[in-house]
Design a protein around this ligand. Sequence first.
Ligand code: ZN
Length: 311
Amino acid sequence: MTVAYITHPSSTQHEMGAHHPECPDRVRVIDDLLRVQGLVDFMREETAPAATRKVILRAHSAALLDEIDAISPQQGYAGIDGDTTMNPFTMSAASHAVGAAVRAVDLVCTGEVQRAFCNTRPPGHHAERNRAMGFCFLNSAAIAVLHALEEHGLQRVALVDFDVHHGNGSEDILVEACNAGRVLMVSTFQHHLYPGTGDQPMSANTVNVPLAAYSKGDAMRDAVTNDWLPALNAFKPELIVISAGFDAHRDDDLASLGWVEADYRWLTQQLVAVANLYSKGRIVSTLEGGYALGALARSVGEHVKVLIGAD
Ligand SMILES: [Zn+2]
């Protein structure tokens, strides 16, 4: 089995100011751990291409792209919202993060690799069709899902989002595909945490499980067992795309859940089992949140070990 590891140098050039938690070191510590543990030796390394305007426009409006272009600074910073800021490299990084996810879909759909992990930033799952927000500019995971449907002709793609924040942007972009029965979204998130959405799913093909603040991995495991797996087994996805956020970890200061590394390992094992049953094993995982650097790297390490079959 081959698993792709897709990165791009622009992921460390986009930054939103000193002390911002969504920082370039996030991808650096992940890359370091995957190499130190020898996991990259078992993967096919690729450099992400830039995304084409065509693939981005499947998910976002031209008006949003024009708005972002107009704001994008030549030097210094430009603010999108209170905690989302652009520097001169932001749109290159966002474009290559999308490009990584799209390349990953191409690789798994053509059978060149079975799975892929994209170690890229900025994250994407808060970016809506018409709005950049919450550290996110372009929604890489939603674009990957639409690319699999429209470019590769898949009929059913599952988007799994285990970031601690609700993926409002992905729900917004994929609501029509969910209603058409071509996308199933399953997610967990901390109840009433940013951005405060998700209690009322936009589509019947969306399984949102809010988790109580201070709950631990056992609550997530119950949600996966009782809510996600029955929906995934009924849907029989041909591909699983993961919005892989690691900010539900107990060390993460942006939220108040208590997951540990073993929870990410167990969760990934469940998804691999579903993929092996229905999806020819195909999984595309793209990095979302996760801000406690040590915990982030270790949790991604457990996730990737399972993806490459080394657990
Ligand atoms: Zn998050």
